[in-house]
Write a protein that binds this ligand. Structure first.
Ligand SMILES: C[S@@+](CC[C@H](N)C(=O)[O-])C[C@H]1O[C@@H](n2cnc3c(N)ncnc32)[C@H](O)[C@@H]1O
Length: 212
């Protein structure tokens, strides 16, 4: 289920899905909408994250010392582009999503050697990180709809995330509901939190820190 998607298959995928019009008229939001229509339960949102959510989430990261950042559920890349702006030149960003439509879109639109879009599940993060040639991640940021994931999937994902992070690393979530924060509190050594009103709907931001 893991793999890079070629530009050719992206173009075919978009045509097959009949999204040409919404993609042209609405840009990334059209792509987001199309992916959400294809897999509504897995996307769990109507609008991509706001600038306020993104800026607040990024503030606490020690970007200079990052070697590997992993993003779960990048969707159409609302966060991805900002992560790449902050990422050092010698670092890597792995974006993992179960929605082939989004993975194809990202692989087709982001031509950055530091970036790799992976079709797969966040629960397999340890294998995916190893296959990319790394032992640990410095930061894992999640856009997964954690409150709608089955409890065992959510718990497996959080446990795998704790294991894959280096000591001192952090797990970042932005969620409408508080389930992600509760699970993060249970698995991590310390948390920071913030409420962002300027998002549709407002977001709970949580940073789960693994002890250094
Ligand atoms: C709400 S969207 C997030 C979009 C984007 N990150 C943003 O901030 O606008 C949730 C994303 O999680 C993905 N997803 C759901 N379950 C997943 C899983 N187990 N592993 C990886 N991605 C998953 C969906 O396909 C979707 O792209």
């Amino acid at each position: 289920m893991t793999g890079n998607i070629s530009a050719k298959s992206t173009a075919r995928g978009i045509k097959r899905g009949g999204v040409k019009l919404s993609t042209k008229l609405l840009g990334p939001f059209g792509v987001f909408l199309q992916g959400a229509i294809k897999e509504p339960g897995m996307v769990g949102a109507v609008f991509p994250s706001s600038k306020s959510t993104i800026d607040n989430m990024m503030k606490k990261v020690d970007w200079e010392n990052c070697k590997l950042v992993v993003e779960y559920g990048p969707g159409v890349g609302t966060f991805t582009h900002h992560l790449l702006k902050h990422l050092p030149a010698d670092a890597q960003l792995l974006a993992i999503d179960t929605n082939a439509h989004y993975v194809e879109h990202l692989a087709n639109t982001i031509a950055d050697p530091r970036f790799k879009a992976v079709l797969g599940s966040a629960t397999d993060v340890e294998r995916i990180v190893k296959e990319a040639g790394h032992e640990f991640a410095d930061i894992v940021i999640s856009g997964l709809p954690i409150s709608t994931l089955p409890e065992d999937v959510a718990e497996d994902m959080i446990d795998a995330t704790y294991r894959v992070l280096k000591p001192g690393g952090a797990f970042l979530t932005y969620q409408y509901r508080l389930k992600a924060r509760r699970l993060t509190e249970q698995a991590f050594d310390r948390i920071d939190k913030k409420y962002v009103l300027m998002n549709v709907p407002p977001n709970h931001l949580t940073w789960g820190w693994k002890a250094a």
